[in-house]
Design a protein around this ligand. Structure first.
Ligand code: LIP
Length: 265
């Protein structure tokens, strides 16, 4: 990897190891779709196994760091040390249904700031990574957000609220979606927020918005978008925090027009 720091190397090796295990389990899940019991227990097991593996590897590489993990929650390390923010399986619903689009996401927060992120897609074998000040990359290739600047050309990604969504804003969301339908070249819903953010960084989509995410869905992706030259905020334009209710990310040229479109909806 070009100019990958030792930290990124540890994160990437860990994400790839966990991702490969998930890919093996995914083969089982596909087979379980047709069984009467279904794959639900198997999938929550795969999720937990993935998190254990990640925790073990990261603890070995950087003893004393804190964790914030989807399954295990907050684990305090030594005071003043950085914190890992980990989603061991982002896109769980896709995984459960045998849809080959999911990822492992590992972010680092230091002194209240997100400083590094790795997102690994084990099906496409794509490692997205970024470190503050060092740029964003896909495998060996430097990433840059897209250069599109006109709303009618913009392709957006989103997360559609569903039963159990934390953010109760379905009507608001429908208005936003209507505005996107009226004004842009289309909207995609892939079902893995970490990859949606990685795709903004990679210029595959021009903007992304969703509500009701958790810190582990967003942490690594935020670093990727920023290091690829994009912007992130809440949908209402206020600064994004890890506990924000909404997220909006876009390339530098469309951040204003797409943001205004969503807010004006
Ligand atoms: C999921 C996200 C997805 C979102 C879901 C959930 P999980 O993460 O990737 O985009 O719509 O609400 O947050 O639960 O698979 O880690």
């Amino acid at each position: 990897m070009p100019s990958a720091s030792p930290l990124i190397s540890v994160m990437a090796a860990t994400a790839i190891k966990a991702g490969r295990a998930l890919r093996r389990d995914f083969g089982e899940v596909e087979a379980l779709q047709v069984s009467r019991k279904g794959p639900a227990d198997f999938v929550s097991n795969a999720d937990i196994k993935s998190e254990r593996l990640i925790r073990k590897e990261l603890e070995k590489a950087r003893p004393g760091w804190s964790f914030l993990m989807e399954e295990g929650g907050a684990i305090e390390g030594e005071a003043g040390r950085p914190r890992w923010i980990v989603d061991p399986l982002d896109g769980t619903t896709n995984f459960l249904h045998g849809l080959p689009h999911f990822a492992v996401s590992i972010g680092v927060e230091q002194g209240g700031e997100l400083t590094a992120g790795v997102i690994y897609d084990p099906i496409k074998d794509e490692t997205f990574w970024a470190e503050k000040g060092a740029g964003a990359y896909l495998n060996q290739r430097r990433l840059r957000v897209s250069a599109r600047d006109k709303l009618p050309d913009a392709l957006l990604a989103t997360g559609i609220p569903f039963l159990g969504s934390k953010a109760k804003r379905h009507d608001r969301y429908l208005a936003e979606m209507r505005a996107a339908m009226d004004n842009t070249s289309g909207v995609r819903r892939w079902g893995a927020a970490a990859l949606d953010l990685a795709y903004v960084a990679a210029g595959r989509v021009d903007a992304y918005w969703e509500a009701g995410l958790s810190p582990w869905d967003m942490a690594a992706g935020i670093v990727l978008v920023k290091e690829a030259g994009g912007y992130v905020s809440e949908i209402d334009g206020s600064p994004l925090r890890l506990d924000s209710e909404t997220i909006f990310a876009a390339n530098d040229r469309l951040f204003k027009p797409v943001g205004e479109m969503l807010r004006g909806a």
